[in-house]
Write a protein that binds this ligand. Structure first.
Ligand SMILES: [Cu+2]
Length: 574
């Protein structure tokens, strides 16, 4: 019997006997809608899925195919959902990026996201149109190892923490604020949320805080009541952590407990023991901790802001040792994060994240190196972020369709710049702060090795340089290294080619550079952008495309806008 037949037979058996021999298809029907909710005890309007906020958690096994039938129940705006960290091999139209992989789904319409989750790990999903992530469109996506496979570590139980930040001002007003002249910055979030829950007008740990905040008086059934993690003594637990924040960089700690990082962005790490950890927007982690502390007490898990002067209280939840009552508040103060601007601490933390021994290694050499300068600029007085002095404006026709079908005029055909001026001083505000809008694409030769050097610089104001976590769609990249100041050819000696971690998100520190390497082996058009949503909204991103001629037939539903819609109509009428 041929292997194809064996496979077919196996699948048929699987369907009949619910056997676990083959990968499964998992079907979901989702409706996205606005709804009233009180994520931080203050009633607001959030974007929910099937009446839930955050959206439902998807659990699947590596190799499964997900079918998510997404209906847009928003009254007047489009929607898409991006499956963050899933590479979409063979299904680039399911990446869920408006104007890049597909047309936004119109109100009342349905789009089916059908794709394979090929690699075990901790992932999440979120809106990728306008500022819909800030509005609350996100949820967890967890891919377990295939039956019979084992993780390279042991644990007795697991918890899932989806981190986000929350503003009381709605996302539409925020969008207008950011696009105004002068720009009105959205400011720091009112509340940090863990699994969509936080407390704005009270504190779980008021006992220990110097502020005048009152002790929360929650019964546990409120929408803002914290999740409590119930654990047994002397066991090892896995915490799956994902940050969907629109802005905040975070630090997480568990009172009195050490944590061991074992997975990041769906790739295994050399075990790394820490007492607290930084988490940037777009990153995911798995950490292990052992409940080896005094069992008659409970402990705080705290999440704090880093990298920006904090104006948001810590988010807190309780680690409850069974059989101690969960209503006994911990008697020690919640763990405090390192100082918000202690970047040496952040750099040291990030540079110790390394791939597990035996992980795939990067190619030794690159075929092409693209250097991307990150600056804040002005265009006709409007404040923008720009990459090599080009601020990204997304076109009306998604790139995937326009490149695949050779539709000229869908976007700028001028090649975006590969580098920036030799004399540019990254430590000072730019002498010429003006830049331009652009929609050009970095066309990558299929199967070549690309180095990207992200170069940070001074923003518009003197002595200001911000953190930017960059996220690549469609690929994982190796993080070859971080450095300070301007990257030059000698900086290459600092590259780690031995055990660099594979990630899909990597941060650039103030005034520094970060070097990434990836193989352009996934036919499609892919966003690469700062994961801080207001920064992306202000133009902080680029688009890569490779091997688009190898992309199979794109579903018409992904093309029903702009020039591709015209093309479809002409084809029908011919
Ligand atoms: Cu940014």
């Amino acid at each position: 019997m041929g292997s194809a037949r064996v496979f077919l037979l196996c699948c048929i058996l699987a369907i009949f006997f619910h056997s676990v021999l083959c990968a499964k298809s998992r079907h979901f029907k989702w409706e996205v809608e606005y709804m009233h909710w009180a994520p931080d005890c203050v009633e607001a309007v959030v974007m929910g899925i099937n009446g839930q906020f955050p959206g439902p958690t998807i659990r699947a096994r590596a190799g499964d195919t997900l079918h998510i039938e997404l209906t847009n129940k928003l009254p007047t705006e489009g929607v898409v959902i991006h499956w963050h960290g899933i590479r979409q091999f063979g299904t680039p139209w399911a990446d869920g990026t408006a104007s890049i992989s597909q047309c936004a789904i119109n109100p009342g319409e349905t789009f089916v996201y059908r794709f394979k989750v090929d690699k075990a790990g901790t992932y999440f999903y979120h809106g990728h149109y306008g500022m819909q992530r800030l509005a609350g469109l996100y949820g967890s996506l967890i891919v377990e190892v295939t039956d019979g496979e084992k993780e390279p570590f042991h644990y007795d139980g697991e918890f899932n923490l989806l981190l986000s930040d929350w503003w009381h001002k709605g996302s539409h007003e925020q969008e207008v604020d950011l696009s105004s002249n002068p720009m009105r910055w959205i400011g720091e979030p009112q509340t940090l949320l863990i699994n969509g829950r936080g407390q704005f007008n009270c504190s779980l740990a008021a006992l220990f805080s110097n502020s005048s905040s009152s002790q929360c008086n929650l019964r546990g059934s409120e929408q803002c009541a914290p999740n409590i993690l119930h654990v047994l003594p002397n066991k090892t637990y896995r915490l799956r952590i994902a940050s969907s924040t629109a802005l905040a960089s975070l630090n997480l700690a568990i009172g009195n407990h050490k944590m061991t990082l074992v997975e990041a962005d769906g790739n295994y790490l050399e075990p790394y023991s820490v007492s607290n950890m930084d988490i940037y927007s777009g990153e995911t982690y798995s950490v292990l901790f052992t409940t080896d502390q005094e069992g008659s007490k409970n402990y705080w898990i705290s999440v704090s802001v880093r990298g920006r002067e904090p104006n948001t209280p810590q988010a807190l939840i309780i680690l409850n040792y069974i059989p101690t009552s969960a209503s006994n508040l911990p008697n020690l103060p919640p763990p405090v994060a390192p100082l918000w601007n202690d970047y040496n601490y952040s750099r040291s933390f990030s540079s110790k994240i390394l791939a597990l021994r035996g992980s795939p290694k990067p190619p030794k050499k690159h075929d092409r190196r693209i250097i991307l300068l990150n600056t804040q600029n002005l265009i006709d007085g409007y404040t923008k972020w720009a990459i090599n002095n080009v601020s990204l404006v997304l076109p009306a026709t998604p790139y995937l369709g326009s490149i695949r079908y050779g539709l000229n005029n869908a976007f700028d055909h001028k090649r975006p710049p590969e580098n920036f001026g030799l004399n540019y001083d990254v430590s000072k505000p730019a002498p010429n702060q003006n830049s331009t809008y652009g929609s050009g694409v970095y066309m990558l030769n299929f199967n070549t090795t690309i180095d990207v050097i992200l170069q940070n610089a001074n923003a518009l104001r003197a002595n200001v340089s911000e953190i930017h976590p960059w996220h690549l769609h469609g690929h994982d990249f190796w993080v070859l290294g971080y450095g300070e100041g301007r990257f030059n050819e000698k900086s290459e000696t600092q590259f780690n080619l031995k055990n660099p971690p594979l990630r899909n998100t990597a941060v650039i520190f103030p005034y520094g550079w970060t070097a990434l390497r990836f193989v352009a082996d996934n036919p499609g058009a892919w966003a690469f952008h700062c994961h801080i949503e207001p920064h992306l909204h202000m133009g902080m991103g680029v688009v890569f495309a490779e091997g688009v001629q190898h992309v199979k037939k794109i579903p018409n539903e992904a093309l029903a806008c702009g020039l591709t819609a015209k093309m479809l109509m002409n084809n029908v009428h011919k």
